[in-house]
Design a protein around this ligand. Structure first.
Ligand code: HAM
Length: 428
């Protein structure tokens, strides 16, 4: 027989920054999926799914040409057609595109939408930072420009994180003002940085002219140092923005969401207007969720003037915190019933027992491929099962089965037709 020429396994590792979600982690992702659905249903968000691939212009024109996401992090696709396409780096522009494209404003004012899916950014991978990651997002589009909605997206995102067992969270909040008041602040910032340009990083030197607010967001040490004395926007807000910001904070206080003001939080996306926020947790320097108001985005994309606000949580980051804190989960599914066979006849008939239990909606685990009783019982133990169903030659012949309580060791033999009822009674 021809020998297989083995290739090196290193050739087949996953792509940098992309990760597998392995079977042993699936319970956590299923839990997250459930938590997102529960929170969305409770707060009346309807699900929307948009394609993973979008036109490049969608993000260039909305997230912003000057942002890290568009400048450095887009996965551009080489396609056969003329259109230039990218793997979506975030969810909001696609949701707004669909809102306009399908006239979704008729579905409700405001329209509350949520999504759950993979996003792609060409970033330098590190703790909590991947090139493919998942976001759960909540957007409230249309209706009144009411700060109640700002508070509601923060609450939805915060409660999702809390639902996953993560505590010690706090929301950092700021506002970046509106078209009316931001220009004065921009000017003030430019004045403040005048003469200090040589101490700024390369990107900030450029951004000082094009988008000075982004200087407050820079992670470079020299820029962080300069930021400490920079003017804050609160002193330049118009009455509307000031009122809106204050009442958002009052709503958060009303429901006991802890927050702190971060005057230098500006967020790295161009479409924000007004309130912006990031949800942080003790001991980690990344945001678990973030968002803000984007009142101009629908209009910018050709729709009517429509107020909007939203937030998205980064699900890999939640997993990271859950693992680091070893947050135990009482809902982690375990196999409560384990079927064990002894002998060939029983092994064959075991398949019918599984079918019988499926009809009764009782989940049953097994390792029927193993013939040793000892091995099978060990697996039942490992699975954390409460009951072992022991099915041997004698039981197969007499049409009954032994139910063993794995905690107490007590055993009972029951006729097969009564098996489902007996299990249900014992598991109650
Ligand atoms: P963002 O801050 O870019 O905002 O991302 C939202 C969340 O996604 C972050 O708080 C973080 O938890 C997670 N995240 C971002 N990048 C990565 C990464 N490379 N790896 C792992 N997790 C990551 C947005 O995307 C906006 N669309 C949020 C929004 C919704 N604003 C209004 N509506």
């Amino acid at each position: 027989m021809k020998k297989i020429k083995k290739l090196k396994p290193e050739m087949f590792t996953s792509v940098k920054g992309m990760h597998d979600i392995l079977p042993q982690e699936q319970w956590l992702w299923e839990k997250m999926d459930k938590a997102v659905k529960n929170i969305a249903n409770f707060y009346n968000f309807s699900k929307i799914e948009t394609p993973v691939v979008e036109r490049v212009e969608l993000f260039e024109k909305t997230t912003g040409q000057e942002t890290d996401i568009v400048e450095k992090q887009m996965f551009t696709l080489v396609s056969k057609g003329e259109e230039s396409m990218v793997l979506r780096p975030e969810g909001t522009p696609g949701v707004v595109r669909a809102y306009i494209q399908y006239g979704l404003s008729h579905l409700g004012q405001p329209l509350k939408l949520y999504y759950f899916g993979p996003m792609f950014r060409y970033e330098q991978p590190q703790a909590g930072r991947f090139r493919q990651f998942h976001q759960a997002g909540f957007e409230i589009i249309g209706g009144e420009e009411d700060s109640l909605y700002d508070a509601q997206v923060v609450i939805a995102c915060y409660r999702l994180i809390e639902e996953m067992g993560i505590n010690e969270c706090s929301v950092q909040v700021n506002t970046i003002g509106c078209k009316n008041c931001r220009p004065a602040y921009r000017k003030k910032l430019q004045e403040y940085y005048k003469g200090k340009e040589k101490n700024l990083c390369k990107d900030c030197k450029r951004r000082l002219v094009t988008n000075p607010l982004r200087l407050l967001d820079c992670k470079e040490a020299q820029c962080q140092e300069l930021k400490k004395e920079a003017p804050i926007i609160l002193d330049y807000l118009c009455t509307n923005c000031s009122k809106h910001f204050k009442s958002t904070l009052e709503y958060l206080e009303e429901v006991g969401i802890p927050y702190s003001l971060n005057h230098y939080l500006v967020r790295g996306l161009d479409y924000y207007t007004g309130v912006v926020f990031e949800i942080m947790t003790t001991g980690f320097d990344f945001a678990l969720g973030s968002g803000g108001r984007f009142n101009d985005l629908v209009e910018l994309m050709g729709g009517k003037k429509t107020p909007a606000v939203g937030a998205a949580a980064g699900l890999e980051r939640l997993v990271e915190v859950i693992k680091a804190r070893e947050i135990k989960d009482s809902h982690r599914p375990r196999q409560r019933v384990f079927l064990v066979h002894v002998g060939d006849v029983a092994k064959r008939r075991s398949l019918s027992i599984i079918e019988l239990l499926r009809k009764a909606d009782i989940k049953v685990a097994e390792t029927l491929g193993k013939d040793s009783l000892k091995n099978q019982l060990r697996n039942a133990d490992k699975a954390g099962a409460d009951l072992a169903l022991i099915f041997g030659q004698k039981e197969a012949f007499e049409e009954n089965i032994i139910i063993r309580d794995l905690k107490t060791g007590a055993q009972e033999t029951v006729p097969l037709p009564k098996l489902a009822d007996s299990i249900k009674r014992k598991l109650q």
